[in-house]
Design a protein around this ligand. Structure first.
Ligand SMILES: Nc1ncnc2c1ncn2[C@@H]1O[C@H](COP(=O)(O)OP(=O)(O)OP(=O)(O)O)[C@@H](O)[C@H]1O
Ligand SMILES: [Mg+2]
Length: 319
């Protein structure tokens, strides 16, 4: 060790892959766990705007689910981003899933779970057969599928037949999906005129900003998550970061990283603030107070118009 300074614990831009640096989202994690362990698991659609933390949530769940469930051997959870080039065809999708399953330790330790993945060609039929075999072994595959949206760019590959097949596996309790997308799945169904019942029964989890406690946890990293460490930012720096980033996970990470960097480089805080403003502009603020106030205003105006109409009608009747 050359320095006693803590290294920068802030990551802005990519999903959080170090579970020790992941903050909050307790309710969402509990909900996914409870669906997974239910008698009839219901698949989950995690929806939210850009950089709100969908990928981080899915990845963190995949990393930690074994500590959350009573019998971890009964589940095999994998994480797969459908943005990968391989997932542009239906067979490519099944093969990518099979590869992730193959590398899972629970699968590696059980030949009965490895064998059905060896089938060649690994297509829809082979995938269904493999999932059936997992069911017979009492194992539930939980596929955390990130970036589901790009799938719809290939309608010739991912049509009603593909979705109906997934739906029947989900319905018979053979498979559970946790899918992240910018819009709800039924939005894509309408847009792409799909008829499959796949889009019907999902539990939607809308991801918003962090809670107050989680935002505090973030700005006091790594002390808040790693025992025996100290916060990377001073109290004053933490206050600045909270002022700039509010409770938005990405904006907080961005601000914290820049404030930390400014100190390391001996830069003024105004430099960090200017850099922050530049980067933050690329992220649309989630629907917050402003739009809800607009909604409220629209309702009040609508109500007033209705009321004046009623008064006018009553007055003309009286006249
Ligand atoms: N739970 C979290 N703990 C700490 N930081 C987080 C958390 N969630 C999100 N972040 C911060 O937000 C950034 C964006 O997160 P992530 O990539 O998961 O968002 P996303 O919703 O998947 O974005 P996109 O829609 O662009 O795919 C991360 O790089 C990180 O800085
Ligand atoms: Mg993402």
């Amino acid at each position: 060790m050359t320095s006693s300074l803590p290294s920068c614990p802030f990551v802005a831009g990519q999903k959080i892959t170090d579970p020790q640096l992941f903050v909050g989202r307790k309710q969402e994690l509990e909900l996914i766990t409870s669906q997974m362990t239910a008698l009839q698991p219901v698949s989950i659609n995690v929806v939210g705007p850009r950089r709100i933390g969908k990928s981080s949530l899915l990845y963190h769940f995949f990393q930690t689910y074994e500590q959350r469930v009573p019998e971890p051997k009964r589940y095999v959870a994998i994480y797969l981003s459908l943005q990968e080039a391989q997932c542009q065809s239906e067979d490519g999708f099944y093969q990518a899933v099979a590869r992730r399953l193959w590398h899972h330790l629970t699968v590696q330790r059980n030949p009965a779970l490895i064998e059905p993945l060896k089938v060649n060609p690994f297509n829809r039929l082979a995938f269904c057969a493999a999932m059936g075999q997992y069911k017979r072994q009492g194992v539930l595959p939980v596929l955390c599928l990130d970036e589901f949206g790009p799938l719809f760019r290939h309608p010739e590959e991912f049509g009603d037949g593909f979705f109906d097949n997934l739906r029947s596996l989900m319905e018979s309790g053979v498979l559970m999906l946790v899918v992240a997308s910018h819009r709800r799945l039924d939005f894509y169904q309408r847009r792409h005129k799909l008829r499959s019942a796949f889009f019907k029964t999902w539990q939607v989890v809308t991801l918003g900003e962090l809670t107050e406690a989680a935002a505090e946890e973030l700005v006091t990293l790594p002390a808040s998550r790693i025992p025996g460490t100290t916060a990377a930012l001073t109290m004053q720096e933490q206050r600045w970061v909270r002022q700039w980033g509010g409770r938005h996970p990405y904006l907080l990470q961005l601000a914290a990283g820049l404030v930390y960097e400014a100190r390391q480089l001996g830069q003024e805080m105004s430099w960090a603030k200017a850099e922050f403003e530049k980067e933050a502009r690329l992220v649309s603020k989630p629907r917050g107070d402003f739009s809800s106030r607009l909604d409220c205003l629209a309702k009040i105006i609508g109500g007033l118009i209705l009321l004046s109409l009623i008064v006018l009608v009553v007055m003309s009747l009286l006249n």
